[in-house]
Design a protein around this ligand. Sequence first.
Ligand code: CS2
Ligand code: MG
Length: 403
Amino acid sequence: MRIEQAYVIVTAPGRNFVTLKIVTDEGVYGIGDATLNGREQAVVAYLEEHVVPTLIGRDPQRIEDIWHYLYRGAYWRRGPVTMSAIAAVDMALWDIKAKAAGMPLYQLLGGKSRERVMVYGHATGRDIDACLEEVARHVDEGYRAVRVQAGVPGIASIYGVAKRAGERYEPADSDVPAEHVWSTAKYLNHVPKLFAAVRERFGDDLHVLHDVHHRLTPIEAARLGKEVEPYHLFWLEDCVPAENQEGFRLIRQHTTTPLAVGEVFNSLYDAKELIENQWIDYIRASLTHTGGITHMRRLADLAGLYHVRTGFHGPTDLSPVCLGAAIHFDTWVPNFGVQEYMPHDRLTDEVFPHDYRFEDGHFLVGESPGHGVDIDESLAARYPYQRASLPVNRLEDGTLWHW
Ligand code: CS2
Ligand code: MG
């Protein structure tokens, strides 16, 4: 089998998605997700200029060799653009291998470790009451785990909270980055009240999660972790920026609230100290941004040695291709924790037909050969790329801060 053709498809059925399609001389093809929110065109150029020309004529069954060829052959290792491009190739090649074998991807990985994959949904509201209504809606829809984010009095707009009631929050929503104003003091005073209200109304059984979006320092994160301990969070996510992995040592010394991190990571090396020192409980990387299935299974295996479980990133800005492949991975991986789920809109689901199913707070993996997600290219062509950007935060005195 040889790779005959490879090309990139950019489509924006509501938001941008970058898909790599690899076609073989035997007619079998595979697709991979290369979407890097707000930086999509950088990955398109990387793939078209530097990756696709090197793939033509290669044996697509040699996934491991092609991964190392692209990783080492670039000389410039790692980084989100490089690793998203490699991931798209990797995902497409696993899709091809599984189709050629006539098996769903999870079988090639080692078979089922579980019958279904627990997900967490997103409840957001401008204030605590509105947020509780959203949590209630998720519980009614069968979710066992819900991420809870609410507006904070005195902060006009918060990334991670929907702008209007009933709407979902959209990570990248403006042509150039919007600038929000942030107050750590107001936030820290408010979050424990939110979780007290959640436990009061929904009792102890619901898994509740919270995302800090990298906005605290380690000692502030330690305070938050301690103060929400009575409400038994499933996890506290991205409580500090993780470039300095040592920061988690300090947080860990102070709190038993489980910690999750990793959605901006792009390689195992970003997480190595965090895992080996047992400073975290969940690794949140995604197949798309972290080198695909080949690299993520190394990361998951390392994590498993240290009791760290997976909790893959699953926002709307990763395409159904990534989500579909992740559900196969989650079905197999022994140290699974939870899968994030922000449902794609109807149009996106039409552009990317798939065989995974959401039922009763869980995903059920499909049985069709490959990762079970396809792309309708003629429909995709109707929705051209539209630039969109993630926001930034400034402190009240104007200092540029994290999201
Ligand atoms: C969020 C994401 O899903 C999450 O936990 O942090 O919405 C994230 O901000 C976006 O994927 C960024 O593109
Ligand atoms: Mg997050």
